[in-house]
Write a protein that binds this ligand. Sequence first.
Ligand SMILES: [Zn+2]
Length: 151
Amino acid sequence: MLQQVRLLEWLLEVDTEATAATYRNVPSDQDCTCAYCRNFRAAWRTLPAELLQVLETLGIDPAKPLDITEFWENEDGTHFYMGMYNLVGRIVDGDDYRTVSRKSGQIDLHPLVENAGIGFTGDVDFGRGFPTPILQAEFMADVPWVLGEKP
Ligand SMILES: [Zn+2]
């Protein structure tokens, strides 16, 4: 059932139960097996609590991003990642980050803590078995390197 939820700068209409049920059917190891993606799947519990809380409020399983990209290693040894999650819902009020980012020419995410942020768009890249309406959450965060091997 779609329910309105006020979250950060957005008013969203989301179905957290349908989202959580869909994540339960997504295999956790179906995605890319490169070291960067395996590191993220091993380290997602270290994401900022503010980010994890937003994801979990929406019924998203943080261990199962739709897509994840590592951009660079920071001086402190953490790695800067951006990634996406699907959820069931739509934006009622607030910015669609893709619309805003196209205007500004930058990735315009809502800052949560230093080097971490989140945004939402209805312009989804992949449906991946989610019932409609599908919303895409995109985040950025620094993630420690927890694998024994180097990338
Ligand atoms: Zn990968």
